[in-house]
Write a protein that binds this ligand. Structure first.
Ligand code: MN
Length: 338
């Protein structure tokens, strides 16, 4: 499956202004910041002025060194100049944090790959849910404008891809188009080995202990198809920020024989529990999380709830009973839920 072509209106929008505000989502990751940095770099090469904004925080080790290039709010001296707004890696106003208060009345282009988002956000929308990352959509834009990424841009694009795909692991049927695009990046002299080490290496020793602690809480349901791990308020909060290596916990658990989905349930405060869901293949945890008031991708999503651990745990076990039921029914053609 090929990634959708860049809308003509977006290309015109990128020509229209002299100045652009390039905004990403709060709690940024390598794909979000990479998309922003490449977009700003490309605009700069085209004689435009680009300002970078992110609500932060810059917790992840692989992005921290970029923090100095991003402002948290649009400063008063920029408030009255004409500028186009480009929002990357999210399609909902609330995802950009307090910056949402700074962009009223401006023309906004939204470039994203998340299936959940506000369908009315943005004047120009380039949304490709089959795209594994947004940096590749920015590469598409550069190429649609007749250009090609510089070596530095290529490195950032590949880093964003590496972040969002767990270094190729989550690539699906869009792989053919994506691998062709990556091969053009490789032609710029970037090396997958170096990018793997940057995005998936040099973790803290504490993060290894976090993985062990999380795995010790493992519970198995529905014949092994569902796995839970948890972190309760009463557990000592030894691990914060980069030491909470949840991605590795997900990867290890999803590789368990028979496992189709997992939940990491974390009591964050009295009356606030955060749930992250991950799944393989057919199980759409994005839909499940939307039912609980959250959002995300088909195989990676989350939500927060006022319910305490015991209640949300029970609710999820029950919910997954329904999720698994039609598959367990095997060759019975009749479905319970249309
Ligand atoms: Mn992304």
């Amino acid at each position: 499956m090929a990634l959708e072509d860049v809308p003509r209106r977006l290309i015109e929008f990128l020509d229209k202004y002299k100045t652009y505000f390039v905004i990403g989502h709060k709690e940024p990751d390598g794909d979000c910041l990479g998309s922003q940095l490449v977009m700003a770099s490309f605009l700069g090469r085209r004689g435009k002025e680009a300002f970078l904004f992110s609500a932060g925080p810059f917790d992840r080790k692989e992005i921290r060194h970029h923090e100095g290039r991003f402002a948290k709010r649009i400063p008063p001296e920029l408030k009255d100049i004409p500028a186009g707004v480009i929002v990357l890696d999210c399609a909902a106003l609330e995802r950009i944090g307090d910056l949402a208060q700074d962009i009223g009345g401006r023309e906004i282009a939204v470039i994203d790959h998340h299936p959940s988002g506000d369908p009315f956000f943005g004047d120009i929308r380039y949304l490709v849910t089959s795209a594994p990352c947004v940096t590749l959509l920015v590469q598409k834009i550069i190429e649609a404008c007749g250009g090609e990424p510089t070596r530095e841009e290529a490195h950032l694009i590949f880093s964003g891809f590496s972040t969002d795909t767990g270094f190729f692991r989550h690539l699906e049927n869009e792989a053919e188009d994506v691998l062709r695009m990556l091969s053009r990046l490789a032609g710029k002299g970037i090396t997958p080995k170096r990018i793997y080490r940057e995005t998936h290496g040099s973790y803290s020793r504490e993060s290894r202990a976090f993985i062990a602690d999380a795995l010790k809480t493992m519970e198995i349901f529905h014949g092994g198809r569902l796995i839970f791990v948890h972190e309760l308020l009463e557990h000592a909060r030894r691990f914060q920020g980069e030491h909470r290596q949840t991605d590795t916990v997900y990867q290890l658990l999803l590789a368990t024989e028979g496992c189709e989905a997992l939940a990491f349930i974390r009591e964050e405060a009295e009356g606030k529990t955060a749930v992250s869901l991950r799944s393989q293949d057919a199980i759409d945890v994005g839909r499940i999380c939307r039912d609980f008031g959250g959002g995300g991708h088909k195989n990676a999503a989350g939500f927060t709830t006022p319910l305490p651990f015991a209640e949300i745990r029970a609710a999820l076990i029950e919910y997954f009973k329904k999720t698994f039921a039609p598959i367990q029914a095997g060759n019975q053609p009749k479905k319970e839920n249309p």
